[in-house]
Design a protein around this ligand. Structure first.
Ligand code: MG
Length: 381
């Protein structure tokens, strides 16, 4: 079952304020269109995304390397048609048609539309009207309207591809004055039944200036924050220095291990994997694999931070604790923080390294080795 999404972004709407159409305005660190396209590109069930742009906006297409860009027409209907035509050569089974001005669309709404298409010709999210409805004239209430059976329609609106293509073609041929309000209207005009699935208050449409402030607030609230922890131990063996958080600390012994045995960096690396729910260092770099013998541990840490960034996470802070009686860590903490900050490419004031003894208790107290604990916070904005 191949599912494509068409995002209609050819409008010139500047009602939301600003001097560029609303889809190009910044919202929480990216353009409105970036958020909307990403919501579909990152959804596991969506195979292809078509972005329909106004002819004047084709210069913006460079920012959407993973989407198919189509050129829209003078009306919304014509733009949807252009998006459908872009898929005709290799048609998907299902298509979801979405308004670019709903950047907060969530995966669950998309899933509900797709699931309903198992049995329905068309499906679209909506919310039942719960407020009382009035009619008004000259600032005064002139009547009331029964809200029973009324819904606020949202997108994405989903259909079998062949059926909505035929419906839009028929609609174009009919050349109805004014065009259709949405694709549900076009579908119903062609005799398709459309099932209502539960919408989402968060799936708001940005129309006026206050909507930007509300959307910004909602995006801040849905920020994905993850914490991971790591713990590691390495024993001493005869040697001259311990590698700790990337710094060679002179000592009468070294740490024993398959790699350079940097216990602090290993704990931090595991904290990153932990935050991502991506197992641990041994899974990504098996000790049984000879290529990691004597490896510098920054290779592991670079892999973990790279994995985090590839998923859109940034390292907000980390805190590494080294547990040993000796060597004395204090004099090297500055160099360790700087070394870790360089590897993960984060400001040094977000990197903490500290040390404690275990009051001569246990294996660290007996100076048999060094233990380390780390926590790391990742944020996806
Ligand atoms: Mg280790």
């Amino acid at each position: 079952m191949e599912i494509a999404a068409i995002i209609v972004a050819a409008g010139r709407g500047t009602r939301a304020g600003g001097d560029v159409p609303k889809q190009w305005r910044r919202l929480h660190g990216a353009r409105v269109a970036d958020w909307t396209v990403d919501a579909f590109l990152s959804h596991p069930r969506i195979g292809r995304v078509v972005l329909v742009l106004h002819p004047d906006d084709l210069g913006q297409a460079e920012g959407f390397a993973d989407a198919i860009v189509a050129t829209g027409g003078a009306t919304r209907d014509a733009s949807v048609m252009a998006g459908l035509e872009a898929l005709v050569g290799d048609p998907p089974d299902l298509v979801l048609i979405h308004d670019v001005a709903r950047p907060l669309v969530g995966g669950r709404v998309i899933d509900r539309v797709i699931d309903a298409l198992d049995t329905a010709a068309g499906a679209a999210p909506a919310l039942a009207v719960t407020d009382a409805l009035w009619m008004g004239e000259n600032g005064k209430v002139s009547g009331t309207h029964d809200r029973n059976g009324l819904y606020r329609a949202q997108t994405p609106q989903g259909f079998r591809f062949a059926a909505i293509l035929a419906a839009h073609r028929a609609h174009q041929d009919g050349a109805l004055p004014g065009g259709a309000a949405d694709d549900v209207e076009v579908a119903r005009g062609a005799g398709l039944e459309v099932t209502i699935v539960e919408g989402d208050e968060a799936n708001m449409k940005i129309t006026g200036p206050s909507d930007f402030a509300r959307a910004e607030e909602m995006m801040r609230d849905r920020m994905d924050i993850r914490v991971g922890q790591g713990y590691d131990v390495h024993a001493f063996e005869p040697g001259e220095a311990c590698i700790l958080c990337g710094v060679a600390v002179p000592h009468g012994q070294k740490l024993k291990g398959h790699s350079d045995a940097d216990v602090g960096m290993h704990a931090l690396t595991d904290a990153l994997y932990g935050a991502l729910a991506e197992g641990d260092i041994g899974q990504h770099f098996p000790p049984s694999d000879p290529q990691w013998k004597g490896a510098a541990s920054h290779v592991f840490l670079e892999h973990a931070i790279g994995l985090a960034r590839s998923r859109g996470y940034e390292l907000v802070n980390c805190d590494v604790t080294l547990i040993c009686e000796r060597p004395k860590i204090g004099p090297h903490v500055g160099a360790m923080r700087a070394a870790l900050a360089r590897i993960v490419d984060v400001d040094v004031d977000r990197i903490s390294v500290k040390a404690t003894t275990s009051e001569r208790l246990g294996f660290t107290g007996r100076e048999e080795g060094i233990a380390s604990m780390a926590v790391a916070t990742l944020v996806k904005a």
